[in-house]
Design a protein around this ligand. Structure first.
Ligand SMILES: Cc1ncc(COP(=O)(O)O)c(C=O)c1O
Length: 327
């Protein structure tokens, strides 16, 4: 993990965890506690408010219908990793939902930087959220008033740090990923129920992640991460049209492969092909690069993080350590 800062000492849990103290649940998952919290300053519709005043209406369609979109962004050593790519994806998501964000990309970038500054975050996590806004109890999004725009700047620890040394077990979810024809996977929407229920499947199985297949039975991605395999030194990952979110960490890792002269191919593959891989790893803003050692009961390769995965993780940490790219 990155060097500790004062903020890391109040590292929280799960997506957007903000707690000063972290408890390890029996599942190995890190759980949140709501005590001793340092009050965060939340940017909401143009101004900072203390987190206990950062509230949305019960008539907001973000709450009523999951109608809206969001991003998750890491801060490394005070730099906002891939800020531009994340904000472009946020604006693209909103546009596809036909939500007009009432700020420019530059104004949002300024809000994020201010959130980092006022909350003294050195290594942390930013969660911009755009909801459809205040409306009535009907579905019609166009009867809603102005979108509600929120920026939460906090810390995150998705998985216990020890898992980065040992790798982790995953299962294959029974439920498929929502089909790309039903919902465009490029929209990082506030409705994550498909992923949450697959995550519940993994927790029921005693692990922390689940691989989701698409409707054709090909490997798509995990509940909050993209997936890669490595066979005979060659890296492979599903193409975007497998119906996945085009992860910004995924794209960065593809770039790393190119720079390290590691062949990397985007192709469709089944779970049977995947478990024949020598190594498997997951990528995501929160997860970073996480080795997978078992899929269901099947051991992958040696059952420990493999050489190529470790090389990519080391390079990822090197590049994000001091001067993380913000583009
Ligand atoms: C479903 C899904 N796939 C993949 C990812 C990884 O994307 P990124 O690397 O941009 O965080 C995420 C996390 O945002 C996700 O929710």
């Amino acid at each position: 993990m990155q060097p500790t800062s004062i903020n890391d000492q109040r590292t929280g849990a799960g997506l957007g965890g903000v707690e000063p103290r972290v408890e390890q649940a029996s599942s190995g998952q890190v759980s949140e506690r709501k005590s001793d919290r340092t009050m965060l300053q939340i940017w909401m519709n143009g101004e900072f408010v203390p987190e206990d005043q950062a509230t949305v209406s019960v008539f907001d369609h973000g709450l009523l219908y999951g109608d809206g979109c969001f991003e998750g962004i890491r801060v490394y050593n005070g730099r906002i990793f891939k800020l531009d790519s994340h904000l472009k994806r946020l604006f693209r998501s909103a546009e596809k939902l036909r939500i007009t964000i009432p700020y420019t990309l530059e104004e949002m970038a300024h809000a994020l930087r201010e959130g980092v500054r006022v909350n003294n975050v050195v290594n942390g996590y930013i969660r911009p959220v755009v909801t459809r806004g205040y409306g009535n109890l009907g579905l019609n999004p166009f009867q809603c008033e102005r979108p509600c725009v929120i920026v939460i700047t906090a810390t995150i620890q998705l998985y216990p740090p020890a898992l980065y040394e040992t790798g982790m077990k995953v299962v294959v979810a029974n439920r498929p990923r929502v089909d790309k024809k039903a919902l465009d996977p490029a929209v990082k929407s506030l409705n994550y129920l498909n992923n949450i229920m697959a995550k519940v499947e993994s927790i029921d199985a005693g692990v922390l992640e689940a691989i989701m297949l698409n409707n054709e039975g090909y490997v798509a991605e995990c509940t909050g991460d993209n997936i890669f395999g490595i066979k005979d030194g060659k890296v492979f990952t599903p193409p975007v049209d497998a119906g996945i979110l085009e992860g910004i960490t995924r794209n960065f890792v593809i770039e790393l492969c190119r720079d390290l002269d590691i062949p990397c191919e985007e192709k469709l593959f089944t779970i049977d092909e995947l478990v024949q891989a020598d190594e498997i790893f997951l990528t995501g803003t929160a997860a970073e690069i996480m080795s997978v050692t078992h899929v269901d009961e099947q051991q992958i390769g040696s059952g420990t993080p493999g050489e190529v995965t470790n090389r990519l993780l080391a390079e990822f940490r090197r590049r994000t350590g001091t001067d993380a790219p913000e583009d």
